[in-house]
Design a protein around this ligand. Sequence first.
Ligand SMILES: [Zn+2]
Length: 145
Amino acid sequence: MIQGETYPGFTGENPLSSILMFRGESDSPDRDNLTTVKDETEGKQERALLCAVCQTPITTAKERIKKQGKHLHTFFNPTGVVYEIGCFRRAPGCLIYGTPSPEFAWFAGYSWQVVYCRSCQAHLGWKFGGEDEFFGLIVNRLTEN
Ligand SMILES: [Zn+2]
């Protein structure tokens, strides 16, 4: 599993960007596409939602979606802990852990996987997969910049 010292971490910088700047476009025909992905990941044009622990961009406000009619959902896990989660279409800052589990599925018909911050490995929520896929992120573990 990718974690601990074997995981180099995520700095928010594309390590190729400084190299590509000094190369001609013919050397890297996909350069413009790489730039587009980088900007989208960093959320420069949208309000970014950051990991509350390490400030790594996790997702953006535009990724908010509604599930079962609402964005926010409150759940109790089997040990009685209360989680308030928001639903997001995508969360590029998350590291998805494990194989999908059907147990304790909070959304009927969906299996889930635990997701962590890809930089500091803080538990941020879950990825749900079923008729579609979305992320349920614990709202008080995200902060807006
Ligand atoms: Zn983090």
